[in-house]
Write a protein that binds this ligand. Structure first.
Ligand code: FES
Length: 163
C-alpha cells in the first residue's frame, strides 16, 4: 500500500501552469486522468489551489460532457491502465473484476456496492499493477494478481458492510 500520490500529480499540473485560473480545464483533465472521474473532494482541492470559487470549478466540470461527475456505488474500485500497469497485467485484473462482479468499466453492481473505473497512472508505478479505492482513504494497492485483487475488493466491501 502507498500513500495516494494522485493529488501530487494534479498539483504538478497546476504548478507547471503557474496556478493560473486559466489552467482550470487542463487541471480537470489531469484530475480525471488520475482518478477516473471528478469527485467533490478533488473539485474542492482544485478550487482551493487555483483560488477559484467551488461553484465555478463545479460549473466548468459539469458543463463539458467529457468530464465525469457521476454518482457511483458505495465503493469505487479504479484499475490503473497506464503503461506500466498495462505491461504488468492490469488488463487481467480488469477482466477478473468484470467477470467476478458482473460489471464493465464505468458500471455499478446492482446492489450499488461497487463501481468499476479505470484511470491512467496513479503516479505509483513501482506498485504496478495497481488499483485504488475511492472509499478507502485513497490508498493504492499494488503488485496484484487476479486472486489478490478479488480478495482485496471483497475484503473492503465486506468490512464496510459488517461495520
Ligand atoms: S502506470 Fe499504473 S501507477 Fe503508473
Amino acid at each position: 500500500m502507498a500513500i495516494d500520490d494522485r493529488y501530487k500529480i494534479i498539483e504538478q499540473t497546476m504548478k507547471k501552469l503557474g496556478y493560473k485560473r486559466e489552467s482550470l480545464i487542463e487541471t480537470l483533465h489531469t484530475a480525471q486522468k488520475v482518478f477516473g472521474y471528478l469527485n467533490i473532494q478533488t473539485l474542492n482541492f482544485i478550487a482551493k489551489k487555483l483560488k477559484l470559487p467551488c461553484s465555478k470549478v463545479y460549473g466548468v466540470a459539469s458543463f463539458y460532457q467529457y468530464f465525469k461527475l457521476k454518482q457511483f456505488g458505495k465503493h469505487t474500485c479504479i484499475v490503473c491502465t497506464g503503461t506500466t500497469c498495462y505491461i504488468k497485467g492490469s488488463e487481467r485484473l480488469l477482466k477478473a473484476i468484470e467477470y467476478k462482479f458482473n460489471i464493465k468499466s464505468g458500471e455499478t453492481t446492482k446492489d450499488n456496492n461497487l463501481t468499476l473505473m479505470t484511470a491512467r497512472c496513479f503516479g505509483s508505478c513501482t506498485l504496478a499493477p495497481a488499483i485504488a479505492f475511492e472509499s478507502f482513504e485513497g490508498e493504492i494497492l499494488g503488485n496484484l494478481d487476479e486472486e489478490t485483487t478479488i480478495n482485496a475488493i471483497e475484503r473492503i466491501v465486506n468490512e464496510d458492510n459488517n461495520s
